[in-house]
Structure formats: structure tokens, C-alpha cells
Design a protein around this ligand. Structure first.
Ligand SMILES: NC(=O)c1ccc[n+]([C@@H]2O[C@H](COP(=O)([O-])OP(=O)(O)OC[C@H]3O[C@@H](n4cnc5c(N)ncnc54)[C@H](OP(=O)(O)O)[C@@H]3O)[C@@H](O)[C@H]2O)c1
Length: 297
């Protein structure tokens, strides 16, 4: 085998070192990576060639917000992390937990954090502030209600029952596609230039829950209607019929009453500014979901 000159050897070692660094530095931890947005973030990152670590209680990297011993192994070597906090970014305990996590991330060398937050709600502000720690560029995505609440989330059973019972009155909401949230998140996690940023992510159209139900009915051929109820009776039903603890029922009652009072009934152009295209429309989502058979059962 031909011997290498010391110059060639140094060159090779530098290249190898850089390659190792490049691989390590692009590893992205995706928390809530089995959920509605996290799964989509992880898919996009993988397709773009980034090493992805899915962190959740059932994910391939065990991660539990309630067990800080699981945090460091998940953060090890991760250049960036996407955070879909559970149970909710507005939860009274969220800020303290997120601050402890962000500090741990900064110590371990993670340089970008992207937090999924909720739009137009003061209770989310402490959690947003908590991820802004020195040495880390933090992006906050204030998202509207996801389309996917209707096929993967809390409204799916209502669609299947033919009655979406929910405390939203006739308020208009700029429902947004979780795919768009994920694409904006990936841009913030891996794109050029990183700094502290806040985006308000909405869809392209304001819809009442009744109009959303009508669109689903039209695409599926099922009878689906929206039944407005008060936040109080909705919260009580969650406790009575679904076994939620009283405290969580009260928290959700308060949260829905706040979020769904019309404060978010306007659109932003943040998806277009980041992605250079319009956000996906509810009608396309409904067609896709109906074709996929998710509402067939
Ligand atoms: N849904 C919306 O319309 C909406 C709008 C704006 C903002 N958000 C925000 O989105 C966040 C996620 O809510 P989501 O309802 O959409 O849930 P989701 O992300 O669809 O699902 C929850 C995810 O969290 C994981 N998880 C649950 N408990 C955990 C724990 N103790 N430790 C670590 N991971 C845990 C779950 O996986 P495992 O079960 O495997 O742990 C799953 O991956 C919330 O902070 C909410 O405020 C939601």
C-alpha cells in the first residue's frame, strides 16, 4: 500500500473529522416524534438525510417529560431539537420543565430548539420564554388548530359518531395542516441562519367548526354535524365520560373558553414567508383523509 505523506494524512484526518462532525451536528431530536406534528417532522428530516432521533415514551429513544434521567441520553450529540410538549404547552407545569430541558440541551451542545406553541393564548407565553436560554437559537411556532384534530385527534370520534360536540360556538378558526407546521419546523431546525424567531402558523381560510363539519360530510357522504356546547359542560363530560382527572377537566375548560373566543379569527402569511408557497387548504386535507379511509369505520 502506498504510504501517505504527512500532508495527505493530515488532509484525510481533517476530512474525516469534518465528516464526523457534520453527521453529529445534523442529528435532530424530535420530541413527541410519534404524535401529529412530530411524526411529520421526523419523516421530513429523514427524507432530507438528517439522522433523526424520535423521543417519546414509546419512541425508539425513551423520553419522558416526567423523568429527567431520560433527557440526557436523548440529547447526546443532537444539534437541534423539535419540541411538541405534552400534555399542553399551556399547562401550568410546562414552563419549569421546558426551562430545565432547554438548559440541559444548551449544556450538551444543542444549538437550535423549535417549540410548538399555541396561538393567541397568554398561558403559553411562559413556556415560550422558557426555551430561550443563552447559546441556543429558539424558534417558537404558534400554531392554530390542526386539520388533523379531525382525523387523528380529539375530534375524530365526533366525526365517526356524526356529531362533533365541541365548545367553539360559531367562532371562525384558521385551521392549519400539520404538514405545513412540520415543514416550517424543519426549515427552522436545519435551514440557513438561526436566531430567536416566532411564527404564527395559520391555514389559508377561516372556517367555523360547523363549516368544517359540512366539508367533511360532503367529502365522506356521511351525516356529520357540529353541536356547540358550553366549555363548562364539555369539560364536565371529559371528566364524567372519559375519566379525565378533575384538574385536567378544569384546565381544558378554561383553555378552550380562552382559545375559542374569536381572538384567533384572522390569517397570517408566515407559512408563505417561510416556505414560499401558500398553506394547504382544509378541502384538500378532507379529500385526502376521506380517500385514506380514516373516517370509513
Ligand atoms: N392539536 C392542536 O390543534 C394544537 C394546536 C397548537 C398547539 N398544540 C400543542 O401541541 C402539543 C402536542 O399536542 P397534541 O395534542 O398535538 O399531541 P401529539 O403531539 O399528537 O401527541 C403527543 C406526543 O407526545 C408524546 N408524549 C405523551 N406523553 C409524554 C410524556 N410524558 N413524555 C414524553 N412524550 C410524551 C406521545 O408519545 P408517547 O405516547 O409515545 O409518549 C406523542 O408523541 C401540545 O403542547 C399542544 O399545546 C396543539
Amino acid at each position: 500500500m502506498a504510504r501517505l505523506t504527512s500532508r495527505e494524512l493530515t488532509g484525510r484526518m481533517t476530512t474525516q473529522h469534518t465528516e464526523t462532525q457534520a453527521t453529529e451536528r445534523t442529528t435532530v431530536l424530535v420530541l413527541g416524534g410519534t404524535g401529529k406534528t412530530g411524526r411529520r417532522v421526523a419523516d421530513r428530516l429523514s427524507r432530507a438525510g438528517h439522522p433523526v432521533r424520535i423521543g417519546s415514551r414509546s419512541g425508539e429513544t425513551p423520553f419522558d417529560w416526567e423523568d429527567p434521567r431520560t433527557w440526557e441520553p436523548a440529547l447526546d450529540g443532537a444539534a437541534a431539537a423539535y419540541i411538541a410538549y405534552y400534555p399542553d404547552v399551556c399547562d401550568p407545569g410546562a414552563a419549569a420543565t421546558l426551562r430545565a430541558f432547554a438548559e440541559r440541551a444548551a449544556e450538551r451542545g444543542t444549538r437550535r430548539l423549535v417549540l410548538l406553541s399555541a396561538r393567541g393564548v397568554e398561558a403559553a407565553l411562559p413556556a415560550e420564554e422558557a426555551v430561550r436560554v443563552p447559546g441556543v437559537a429558539a424558534t417558537v411556532l404558534r400554531a392554530s388548530w390542526f386539520f388533523q384534530n379531525f382525523d387523528e385527534g380529539i375530534l375524530r370520534d365526533g366525526v365517526l359518531d356524526g356529531e362533533i360536540v365541541f365548545p367553539a360556538g360559531d367562532v371562525k378558526e384558521p385551521f392549519v395542516d400539520a404538514d405545513d407546521i412540520a415543514e416550517v419546523a424543519v426549515a427552522a431546525l436545519t435551514g440557513d441562519g438561526a436566531g430567536d424567531r416566532t411564527y404564527e402558523i395559520t391555514g389559508p381560510r377561516l372556517l367555523t367548526f360547523a363549516e368544517a363539519a359540512t366539508e367533511i360530510a360532503g367529502a365522506t357522504g356521511r351525516a356529520v354535524r357540529y353541536v356547540p356546547v358550553s366549555a363548562e359542560s364539555y369539560g364536565a363530560a371529559l371528566v364524567r365520560d372519559h375519566g379525565l382527572p378533575d384538574e385536567l377537566g378544569a384546565f381544558l375548560t378554561e383553555l378552550f373558553a380562552t382559545l375559542l373566543d374569536g381572538r384567533n379569527a384572522h390569517l397570517t402569511d408566515d407559512v408563505r414567508r417561510v416556505l414560499g408557497r401558500e398553506p394547504g387548504d382544509f378541502a384538500d386535507f378532507v379529500r385526502r383523509a376521506a380517500r385514506g379511509g380514516v373516517w370509513a369505520g
